[in-house]
Design a protein around this ligand. Structure first.
Ligand SMILES: [Zn+2]
Length: 190
C-alpha cells in the first residue's frame, strides 16, 4: 500500500497518478494542485505563469524523490510546453485557443462535422480528505480528469467536448471514484 507522495514524500491524502504510463507513482493533493497550475497555464496560453508553475512543481521534490519520478515530472512539463507552443500557433491561426466543453449534445453557434471518439478519465479520492469548499479533493479530481480529457481530445484532433458527464461512485468506505467522460468532436462555426 502506497502511503507517501512520490514527489514531496508527504502524506498521501489522495491517489492522483503523476503520469498515466507509471500508475505506481501517486501524488498528494498539494502536488496535484501544483501540477494542475502547469496544465491551466498551458490551457490559458500564459508562458510566464507556465514557467512559474513548472519551477514551483519541480521545487516540490525532496531528497527521497526518485530519478524516475523526476523524469516523469519533466515529461509532464515538456508535454504541456508542447501544448503551449501549439496554442500559440493556433492563436496566430485564430483557431480555438480553449476547447469548448459542454454537458449538452452541441456547441452553441456551431455544427458538428466529425465525431472523433470518446474520451475519459477517472481518479480515486480518499473520503476522509474531503473538505467542504472549492479546493476539495473531488473537485481537484474533476479538474484533473478534465485536463486529461482535453489532452486526449487534442490528440484525436478534436476541437470541442460534448456530452460531458461526471459521476461519483463510492468504491468502499474509504474511497470515492470520480469518473469523467465526454465525446470528442470537431465543430465549425455555423
Ligand atoms: Zn506531494
Amino acid at each position: 500500500m502506497i502511503t507517501k507522495c512520490s514527489i514531496c514524500g508527504g502524506k498521501l491524502d489522495a491517489l492522483f497518478p503523476l503520469l498515466a504510463q507509471h500508475p505506481q507513482h501517486k501524488i498528494c493533493s498539494t502536488c496535484s494542485i501544483q501540477k494542475s497550475y502547469i496544465v491551466d497555464a498551458a490551457n490559458r496560453n500564459d508562458s510566464k505563469a507556465f514557467q512559474e508553475a513548472s519551477e514551483a512543481f519541480l521545487a516540490r521534490t525532496y531528497v527521497g524523490t526518485t530519478d524516475e519520478v523526476k523524469a516523469d515530472m519533466n515529461v509532464i512539463i515538456k508535454r504541456f510546453q508542447g501544448m503551449l507552443l501549439q496554442n500559440e500557433e493556433q492563436d496566430q491561426d485564430s483557431r480555438f485557443n480553449e476547447l469548448p466543453t459542454t454537458a449538452s449534445d452541441h456547441v452553441e453557434g456551431h455544427r458538428i462535422t466529425k465525431y472523433c471518439g470518446t474520451v475519459g478519465s477517472n481518479a480515486a479520492v480518499l473520503i476522509d480528505a474531503i473538505q467542504p469548499g472549492r479546493e476539495s479533493s473531488p473537485h481537484i479530481a474533476k479538474l484533473n480528469n478534465r485536463q486529461q480529457m482535453l489532452t486526449q481530445a487534442r490528440a484525436l484532433g478534436a476541437n470541442a467536448l460534448i456530452n460531458c458527464t461526471v459521476t461519483y461512485t463510492p468504491l468502499n468506505a474509504k474511497y470515492l471514484l470520480v469518473t469523467s467522460s465526454a465525446d470528442a468532436v470537431i465543430v465549425e462555426r455555423a
